[in-house]
Design a protein around this ligand. Structure first.
Ligand code: AMP
Ligand code: GLY
Length: 424
């Protein structure tokens, strides 16, 4: 069969690498893709928001399955457009992708269906939000309602900071229209864990856990980024926590969406905080995480295409989802200056070192093929993933492999997976 992947980051490279392992797949296409994906797929220069062109491309190439990896096209309704054209797609429709697309929607859903989350209020006027803050406890968390590249969350320690935050989100529209509404919520304390899951509308199968490192610098300092590295599994996500989440968070979320007439088919990413009062949902995403996919998918034993097809056909209950009994760590190699400003176009060397090494992966994110070789083309450039028998071994392997690559202005965090040592 022919598979089309929509997106062009490290996550999409990880998805493409898993799809390529499926014996059922003859050919992979990707829009727009990147230089790494181009080694296993035919990439076409079509943007992820160019819905008409994507539908036309899928028809022309007679695509059997399209996988939409990114939030913007999901929230914008690309799945609906492809379905309306009679094409088979893995991913939630627009009315279900709102689970990620509107934080106010997801908070109201959790409240209505008693899914554990931080206490909150939604606001659609800055005046109401500002007067609410006068009575609030600090720190407090401000969230722009809509998609904001993972940057629409402000943690404010004082009333002044919070007021400034409300003004920047709602009045100055720092995150654009995403800030027409906002959520103000209780600050939760605990350890964060990401759990991705396959969903077919009624059944949910959780994948192995992972933990992201969102801040740009070592010691969780600096600005929030898309993610500087991940490890999987999380040693803090115990069997008891998993059982609790399955019963009180995962299945109830899927049931709630179905009850609202928004049956969810695709990936639900649960961003959880493990608090003293038990696990609570920080956020939902309607897609694989980036770089969570880079540590979760390489550990998956199933044929990913078969699992996705089971989701589309509503027979996920028949799938026995299995993960390897090992660990993986992903270290992101970024361009110095990310996420603010950075130079592109630097030649990358050492990529060939990954060839023929089974437990090492070099997932491309911001890269481009030029006549002079593969060059950097974004803030996050590569995601270096390595597996190991346990987390420590995987971490040592990933950092070793991170040294195989060179480019001018290469930047990485040196403490990805530090929490592993705290778990002992
Ligand atoms: P989100 O995009 O909602 O996951 O928020 C981004 C990051 O902000 C999360 O990964 C957390 O580190 C932090 N965060 C979000 N909500 C809260 C909260 N209620 N309490 C504490 N930290 C939070
Ligand atoms: N790594 C977090 C995300 O993909 O949203």
């Amino acid at each position: 069969m022919k598979v089309l992947i929509v997106g062009g980051g490290g996550r999409e490279h990880a998805i493409a690498a898993s799809v390529a392992k499926s014996p059922r797949v003859d050919r992979i296409y990707c829009v727009p893709g990147n230089a790494g994906i181009a080694q296993i797929a035919e990439c076409a220069p079509i943007g992820a928001m160019e819905f008409d062109r994507i539908v036309e491309f899928a028809r022309e190439k007679e695509i059997d399955l399209t996988i939409v990896g990114m939030d913007d096209p999901l929230v914008g309704g690309l799945v609906d457009e492809l379905e309306n054209a009679g094409l088979r797609v893995f991913g939630p429709r627009r009315n279900a992708a709102v689970l990620e697309g509107s934080k106010a929607f997801s908070k109201d859903l959790m409240k209505k269906y008693h899914i554990p989350t931080a206490a909150y209020e939604n606001f659609d006027s800055a005046d109401a939000a500002l007067s609410y803050l006068e009575r609030a406890h600090f720190p407090i968390v401000l969230k722009a309602d809509g998609l904001a590249l993972g940057k629409g969350v402000l943690i404010c320690n004082t009333l002044e900071e919070a007021k400034e935050g409300v003004r920047s989100i709602m009045l100055d529209q720092k995150f654009g229209a995403a800030g027409n509404r906002m959520v103000i919520e209780e600050f939760l304390v605990g350890r964060e864990v990401s759990v991705l899951s396959f969903v077919d509308g009624k059944t949910i199968k959780a994948m192995t856990s992972a933990q992201d490192h969102k801040r740009a610098q070592d010691g969780d300092q600096g600005l929030n980024t898309g993610g500087m590295g991940t490890f999987s599994p999380s040693p803090f996500y115990t069997k008891e926590i998993d059982e609790f989440c399955r019963k009180y968070i995962y299945q109830p979320t899927v049931d709630a969406m179905a009850a609202e007439g928004r049956a969810f088919q695709g990936i639900i990413f649960f961003g959880l905080m493990l608090t003293e009062d038990g696990p609570k949902v920080l956020e939902y995403n309607a897609r694989f995480g980036d770089p969570e996919a880079q540590v979760v998918l390489p550990r998956m034993k199933n044929d990913v295409v078969e699992v996705m097809e089971a989701c589309i056909d509503g027979r996920l209950d028949q799938v026995d989802l299995q993960f390897e009994d090992n660990a993986a760590v992903c270290v992101v190699l970024a361009s110095e200056g990310y996420p603010v400003s950075y130079e592109k176009g630097k030649v990358i060397t050492g990529l060939e070192q990954f060839e023929g090494k089974d437990d090492y992966y070099c997932f491309h994110a911001g890269t481009k093929q030029t006549d002079g070789g593969i060059v950097t083309n974004g803030g996050r450039v590569l995601g270096i993933t390595a597996k190991g028998k346990d987390l420590k071994q995987a971490r040592a392997n990933a950092y070793e492999a991170a040294e195989w690559i060179s480019f001018e202005n290469k930047y990485m965090r040196h403490d990805i997976g530090k929490a592993i040592d705290e778990a002992e």
